[in-house]
Design a protein around this ligand. Structure first.
Ligand SMILES: [Zn+2]
Length: 116
């Protein structure tokens, strides 16, 4: 029975050393401006405000300029438009942003993602 006790001891040691159950990997998290949920960066689309003030989807995910993240989900986009979260996140003048073009861009990106 000595063997069993030893095993138990080791297990307890491992547990106390292991601490909390934080198995979180270091995946960068970003908040969607539509639903405000934190997600892995890879699960989101980045939209960026260019120098000319036009808003586009940042394919590279690292274009310069003020960016915001949004789920690959049109309902999040619609919500972000409705709540003016896009304008706020990108520091744009509310109501002056052409979200129609952006919507088409995001829609296209979501379709590409769904196919691949
Ligand atoms: Zn979202």
């Amino acid at each position: 029975m000595r063997h069993n006790t030893e095993k138990l001891k080791t297990e307890m040691k491992t547990k106390s050393n292991g601490g909390s159950i934080k198995a979180n990997k270091h995946v960068p998290q970003r908040t969607c401006i539509g639903c405000r949920k934190s997600k892995d960066k890879s699960e989101l689309l980045r939209i960026v405000c260019g120098e000319d003030g036009s808003v586009t989807v940042d394919e590279s995910m690292k274009a310069p300029g003020r960016g915001a993240y949004i789920c690959k989900d049109m309902s999040c986009f619609d919500r972000a438009v409705k709540t003016k979260a896009i304008e706020r996140a990108l520091k744009l003048t509310a109501g002056k942003t052409d979200t129609k073009d952006l919507r088409a861009l995001i829609e296209a990106r979501i379709e590409v993602n769904a196919e691949s």
